[in-house]
Design a binder for this molecule. Structure first.
Ligand code: TPP
Ligand code: MG
Length: 582
């Protein structure tokens, strides 16, 4: 008998208790939400069954925290919202998880069905509002079906491309009672973590792909967040090394292979060090777990049409959506990469010999890029240069750390310049929906998922303003999180675009000058204001040493909109009709 079977409850219990018992059996981690009347029996049961739940000050932040927790662990993150505004506040966070393929179980309280649609307070069409924001809505209409539907929610969240599932719980279901049998509380262990099951691509297509790769002189792997979801790190590195194939990554795909691996050519797409040049000169692209969307393709101008593409993805209909694929591999990233490696294994030695000169190009190209970028990476400027901030992060953050990057320049600059020292989820940007406001709550979720590892979040001042109330949550929870605020006193990305494209007419782009370090100290957190780049590393160190309360490192960066874009490789801004500047 397994441990979970021994611990199965039975007898009369309310719906909230049954829900909590199922989550306990599923090994649920910390949950994030804000209570209300409808889910009170569930809240009451949380402590009784030994689960952990954190009050969060905005349900969107709860959903973001659950998303980051899920990214670190690949186990479904759990968040909840009460009837109406609680449920609707979950929306942005759930869409992030939907677009990013992140397993989430969201629980919403709903009205007592005896009174629904009679102008109940807080009532709204929440199921309809949230339906397109999740992979599946499960409305629980019978108390007796709670275990079955929670089981199904885990299966939906972790199978295929993972995603968020909404369990909508009417008040009378949560408060009502049913006599459960122990056998009702069955769980499927395979579905408690993504990927629940691994599908292998068609054998004949693998052979075709292998032939194409074997023939190529300059193959290149383009990888995205699917590598993390599939935990395909070893399989990717093994194939790349066995066949001498360099690897470029999207923002979500950073950490698929260690950035320190000599075969890593860094970010491709809108921002690039050398990867876009490598793509241009390639003769075979192997795309894995990557949707090839706007940013990865520089608004669909990459890759050049003549280069054959092999596309491996867990969602069949994603293949060929943006770029036609010569070979379509439908399946799990790890399984597909292992199969490719096996199909190619006889040619490993000859492939490496044939590609010696090719892979030898990578290091000098990177050195050349580095030399050109050096003045910015080492800039002594005050206010602090963003490239210098990224360099200090590279120098200071240990290999096991996690950097959570918000939308805005925080994500753009670190996406281009931050290096993970080992493979794994060490860089978490919210590129599903690219909302601002993910940094702080994402940092909370990552901290709780990896309590023994340093977690640093980097956020714009606009994104931080959006979520400042949850610094209180981080403090109360006791997260030893370091939050870097990129303080440019502006909605900087907007201001930079207005500078470049609107003749410097700034509209609704400026923020107040604020001292976020002082605010943090007032809130009982650590707070360090940094104006001199030399003070960055000690401030980060001090933040990472704080184990039980957050530290805000408020970094004063340029206020000049001409200097804000990640210009390391884009010093001459090109304005094209109908596109944004890079
Ligand atoms: C919720 C949301 N609203 C608007 C945007 C569009 N947007 C992208 S970057 C940006 C600027 C945000 O300012 P801040 O967080 O200070 O970052 P900065 O660009 O200044 O580094 C905005 C408004 C967004 N991504 N998300
Ligand atoms: Mg800003």
């Amino acid at each position: 008998m397994t441990e979970t079977m021994r611990n199965r409850p039975s007898g009369p219990m309310n719906g909230g208790r049954a829900l909590a018992e199922m989550l306990r059996l599923a090994g649920a981690g910390p949950m994030f939400g804000m209570g209300g009347f409808q889910l009170l029996p569930f809240y009451d049961a949380i402590g009784l069954v030994g689960l952990t739940h954190h009050l969060i000050n905005d349900e969107r932040c709860g959903a973001f925290a659950a998303d980051a927790y899920a990214r670190v662990t690949n186990r479904p993150g759990i968040c909840d919202g009460t009837l109406g505004p609680g449920a609707t506040n979950l929306l942005t966070g759930l869409v992030e998880s939907l677009n990013g393929g992140i397993p989430i179980i969201a629980i919403s309280g709903n009205t007592n069905r005896a009174h629904s649609w009679k102008n109940m307070t807080q009532e709204c069409r929440q199921v309809e509002i949230l339906r397109p924001a999740v992979k599946e809505v499960m409305r629980i209409e019978m108390i007796s079906r709670i275990p079955e539907l929670v089981r199904r929610a885990f299966a939906m969240a972790t199978s295929g491309r993972p995603g968020p599932v909404l369990l909508d719980v009417p008040e009378d279901v949560c408060h009502g009672t049913h006599d459960f049998a122990a056998e009702d509380f069955e769980i499927d262990e395979a579905t408690l973590k993504a990927p629940a099951r691994r599908a292998r691509p068609d054998r004949a297509e693998i052979e075709r792909a292998a032939k194409l790769i074997a023939k190529a002189k300059r193959p290149l792997l383009l990888v995205g967040g699917g590598i993390h979801l599939s935990e395909a790190y070893q399989a990717l590195t093994k194939l790349a090394e066995a066949q001498s194939i360099p690897v470029a990554h999207t923002m979500s795909g950073k950490g698929s292979i260690s950035c320190a691996n000599p075969l890593s050519v860094g970010l491709f797409g809108r921002y690039s060090r050398i990867a876009n040049d490598m793509i241009d000169a390639s003769d075979c692209l192997v795309v894995v777990g990557c949707k090839l969307g706007e940013i990865a393709t520089k608004r669909f101008t990459l890759p050049p049409a003549h280069i054959p593409v092999i596309h491996l993805d867990i969602v069949a209909e994603e293949i060929g959506r943006c770029i036609p694929a010569e070979v379509s591999l439908w399946g799990d990233a790890r399984a597909g990469l292992e199969d490719l490696a096996e199909a190619l294994s006889d040619s490993d030695r000859t492939a490496r010999a044939k590609r010696t000169d090719y892979v030898a190009e990578v290091a000098p190209r990177l050195r050349k890029w580095e030399a050109e970028a050096a003045p910015r990476l080492n800039s002594p400027d005050r206010p602090v240069h963003m490239a210098r901030l990224c360099r200090e992060l590279n120098k200071t953050l240990p290999a096991e750390s996690i950097l959570v990057a918000d939308g805005g320049f925080a994500g753009h600059w670190t996406g281009l310049l931050y290096d993970t020292k080992q493979a794994g989820r060490h860089f978490i940007p919210d590129r599903g929906l690219a909302s601002i406001g993910y940094g702080l709550p994402g940092g909370i979720g990552a901290c709780l998922a990896a309590p023994d590892r340093p977690v640093v979040a980097i956020s714009g001042d606009g994104g931080f303003n959006m979520t400042l109330g949850d610094l209180e949550s981080a403090r109360r929870i006791g997260c030893g999180l370091t939050v870097i605020v990129v303080n440019n006193a502006a909605s900087g990305y907007v201001k930079a675009l207005q500078h470049a494209m609107m003749g410097g007419r700034y509209q609704s782009a400026d923020l107040n000058e604020m001292d976020y370090a002082a605010i943090a100290r007032t809130m009982g957190c650590g707070g360090i204001r940094v104006e001199d780049p030399e003070a960055l590393a000690p401030a980060l160190q001090q933040g990472m040493e704080e184990c039980d309360r957050p530290t805000v490192v408020d970094v004063v960066v340029t206020r000049d909109p001409a200097q804000m874009l990640p210009a390391v490789d884009n010093r001459t801004v090109q304005i094209k009709q109908g596109d944004r500047v890079a």
